[in-house]
Design a protein around this ligand. Structure first.
Ligand SMILES: [Ca+2]
Ligand SMILES: [Ca+2]
Length: 463
């Protein structure tokens, strides 16, 4: 049995200031002042929810996980016994003549995982520059109106009192002319007139094209329950005859409803630090030097600075969300894939996502951890020591995402570890699977798990 450790870390959460209107940026127009409604100027467009965001369930079944842990131990002992027996085979043959057959080597598993040391941890840089990931806007001209037709689709995470939630928003251009989406704003029933929830990354969308507009973060109300909301879309459309751009008035659409969940205390769970079976299994799978991992590492960091920084991690996570397809393991098996294989197949489940994310972070020289809870695995990236400026990290990530979101991390005596749950959340620092708000101030924890296995990623761990 793994050795039980005293609780070494408590989930903590960054509590961002209320979202405000985005600052004026040279390249972008400042969004217009918040308006409750404007009469639609554009033709009525379709608004639909394609599906509620739902985290994948049961990626590692309890029985399989425990069976696998037993099997890992058996394989290791058998492997050691095999090697040892080979090594002493000649000796046994000789000495068997002299000793009775009860002579057999005794096998001990003396392996002890080596923890990452604070002095070896490498934190990513926290940029203050804006990565300007949006498309530069066209220059609108006065003239005739233009017609835009589009469909908005979005996925919403669980929304909690206080914390709020996020959406990933897509726009499909169903009209005949190019459009440029300046912002998509969420207008929930509880919105404070001074608060502004929206995306700030402009995007061109051609006729027939579907474009991911970005992440949209928002705070929650103080009381749980059903709440109405709608979207306000601010865009430009190209005039078909002249090819010039018309700046359309913001338009709002149908009203939808979301359930805001209450803060809920969670039952305690046992934490295990660096369980030796998991430690060896996951670290033996790391391939930071694999060519496909290196290729991916170079691809996702392009244009985001010359040295390891949090934008690289966020970009890697976006790549996983957009490119990896979630595919469950066979019901009777739990297959942990090496990261190169996941790059090739572009599919996997929770532990495969985590192993790939960690391998790329290792390739960059950063540090990460691997976590197992009941039925699930996820990763976290080291972002800084105990004195880290959490607000600076949040500000940088808000620039990357073009919205104001809430970032979740574990904190321990070594520092902050930002959550990377590629199969259950929409951004780095999003709540992991079964993550819930435990108070109205942004605190969170994990429900419905009996344990939290925390494993340092240390591919070249000392044997
Ligand atoms: Ca699995
Ligand atoms: Ca798998």
């Amino acid at each position: 049995m793994p050795q039980q450790q005293p609780p070494a870390q408590q989930p903590q959460a960054y509590r961002p200031p209320p979202p405000q209107r985005p600052p004026v940026q040279s390249q972008y127009r400042q969004p217009p002042p918040y308006q409750q409604t404007s009469p639609p100027v554009v033709a009525a467009s379709d608004v639909e929810i394609i599906e509620e965001f739902e985290a994948y369930d049961e990626e590692i079944s309890e029985e399989e996980f425990l069976a696998e842990k037993r099997a890992m131990r058996r394989r290791r002992v058998a492997g050691m016994a095999g090697a040892t027996v080979m090594g002493v085979l000649a000796a046994i043959i000789v000495f068997a003549l002299l000793f009775d057959s009860s002579f057999l080597p005794t096998i001990h598993d003396n392996f002890e995982p080596t923890e990452l040391e604070s002095s070896n941890l490498v934190a990513p840089g926290i940029p203050t520059w804006d990565p300007e990931l949006g498309d530069a806007p066209p220059t609108p001209t006065a003239g005739l109106a233009a017609e835009a037709r589009y469909t908005i689709t979005w996925l919403t995470t669980s929304v909690f009192v206080g914390r709020g939630g996020t959406m990933r928003v897509n726009i499909t251009n169903s009209g005949q002319t190019d459009i440029y989406v300046k912002t998509v704003r969420l207008v929930p029933e509880w919105a404070d007139p001074l608060e502004w929830y929206g995306t700030t990354m402009g995007r061109y969308v051609s006729p027939g094209q579907e474009v991911h507009i970005g992440l949209l973060g928002f705070s929650g109300p103080v009381a749980p329950g059903p709440y109405d909301y709608n979207f306000e879309i601010d865009l430009m459309a190209k005039r078909r005859v002249t090819g010039t751009w018309a700046d359309l008035d913001p338009s709002s659409h149908d009203t939808f409803s979301m359930d805001v969940l209450p803060a809920t205390p969670v039952a305690g769970y046992t934490q295990y630090m660096n369980d030796k079976d998991i430690y060896r299994k996951v670290n033996d799978l790391m391939q930071p030097g694999d060519l496909r991992v290196a290729e991916l590492a170079n691809e996702v960091r392009a244009g985001l600075g010359d040295s390891y920084n949090v934008y690289w991690i966020a970009s890697l996570f976006d790549w996983a969300l957009e490119n990896l397809e979630y595919v469950s393991d066979p019901s009777d098996d739990d297959i942990w894939s090496p990261p190169g294989d996941t790059c090739d197949s572009e599919e996997g489940d929770c532990e495969d996502y985590s192993i790939l994310l960690s391998s790329v972070i290792e390739h960059w020289g950063g540090n990460s951890r691997f976590y197992i809870i009941s039925g699930h695995a996820f990763a976290a990236a080291y972002v800084g020591g105990p004195e880290m400026d959490t607000l600076a990290v949040a500000n940088a990530l808000n620039k990357f995402y073009g919205t104001s979101a809430r970032y979740s991390w574990f904190k321990d005596d070594k520092g902050y570890w930002i959550i990377l749950d590629g199969t259950s959340s929409q951004y780095i620092g999003g709540l992991p699977y079964n993550g819930v708000a435990i108070d109205n101030q942004g605190g969170w924890d994990i429900k419905d798990t009996e344990y939290l296995y925390i494993t340092d990623i240390y591919p070249d761990y000392p044997e």
